[in-house]
Structures are given as structure tokens and as C-alpha cells.
Design a protein around this ligand. Structure first.
Ligand code: HEC
Length: 149
């Protein structure tokens, strides 16, 4: 009886480990999809800026959606979803230097807010400068927190 109970507990224990890992990798897939949406918005703005007459309203909308993703970004990295547990491109420093990581996400959100303002003012020169700042904010975080960068 004790052996039976022991094996039931062991099975339950390993099942919880397996399902735990599956759940964590679901979190990683979801955040990678979030970055995919971010990249698509980033490209749509870049494409607009390549036009002779950029559509400022479309840029403002995309910047607002991208800023919201940037504000959500830190919540995509709950504890236990780092490279020691799951397959991810994120470095362990995301968690060990988390306040700096959050500051980088915030810098991206602020750059996108200013891009939205520039779009609403219709100043194309300023729009291009702000889009540069946004791209730099993506890269600055990737240099510190992305593997294989
Ligand atoms: C605060 C840090 C941070 C910022 C800012 C940031 N990223 Fe990332 N990005 C990451 C991390 C960490 C990963 C790795 C995610 C993983 O694999 O779990 C990543 C992954 C990605 C990926 C790969 C997703 C995949 O399918 O594997 C793309 C594309 C990407 N980022 C685009 C962007 C773009 C575009 C911006 C700016 C608009 C941006 N990122 C801003 C941290 C950041």
C-alpha cells in the first residue's frame, strides 16, 4: 500500500514538472508572438516613412499599439521562464537585472509616445528622428538581454 501511494505521488510529482515546463514554454511562445506583433508594427511605420507622403494617422495608430505592447512587455517574463528552465532567446540577466530590463522597456514605450506625438503634429523630419530612437531602444535591449545578438 505504501509503495502504491509512493508511486502515485511520484507520478503526480513528475506530471506536475512536465506540465510546468509545458506551461512555461507556452509563455515563451506567447511572448515571442508578442515580439512578432511588435516587429510587424515597427515595419509598418518604417514602410509609411518610406512613402513620399506618409500617412500620419496610420503611423499614430501603429505607434499607440506598439507602445501598449512595450508597456506589457515586462509581464511577458514571469519568474521560471528563463534559459535555465525553458528554450528561450532571453538571457538570465532579464531576471537578475530586472529593474534595468524594465527601464529599457519603458524607454521604448516613451520613444513610441513621442513618435505618436510627432505623427499627430505631421512633422516628417521629427517622425524619422523618433523612429530612429525607437529602433535604437529595441537594439539597446537586445544587446544586453538577447542570446546570439
Ligand atoms: C526590454 C527589452 C526588449 C525590448 C525593448 C525589445 N525586445 Fe525584442 N526581445 C527581447 C527578448 C528578451 C527577446 C527573447 C524572447 C524569448 O525568446 O523568450 C526578444 C525577442 C524578439 C524577437 C524574436 C521573437 C521570436 O519569434 O523568437 C523579435 C522579432 C523582437 N524581439 C523584436 C523587437 C522589436 C522590433 C523591438 C522594438 C520595437 C523589440 N524587440 C524591443 C527583449 C526586448
Amino acid at each position: 500500500m505504501r509503495i502504491l501511494l509512493g508511486s502515485i505521488l511520484a507520478v503526480a510529482f513528475f506530471a506536475s514538472l512536465v506540465f510546468g515546463v509545458l506551461d512555461f514554454s507556452g509563455t515563451v511562445r506567447a511572448r515571442q508572438a508578442g515580439f512578432g506583433r511588435m516587429l510587424a508594427l515597427h515595419r509598418s511605420i518604417r514602410n509609411q516613412l518610406g512613402q513620399s507622403v506618409p500617412d500620419s494617422a496610420a503611423i499614430a495608430r501603429a505607434a499607440a499599439a506598439e507602445a501598449q505592447l512595450a508597456r506589457d512587455l515586462p509581464s511577458w517574463f514571469p519568474p521560471g521562464t528563463g534559459p535555465d528552465r525553458v528554450s528561450t532567446y532571453a538571457r538570465a540577466e532579464v531576471w537578475t537585472r530586472n529593474s534595468d530590463f524594465r527601464a529599457r522597456a519603458n524607454e521604448l514605450a516613451l520613444a513610441l509616445d513621442d513618435l505618436g506625438k510627432a505623427a499627430r503634429s505631421g512633422n516628417v523630419g521629427q517622425l524619422r528622428a523618433q523612429q530612429e530612437r525607437v529602433a535604437e531602444a529595441c537594439q539597446a535591449c537586445h544587446r544586453s538581454y538577447l542570446k546570439f545578438y
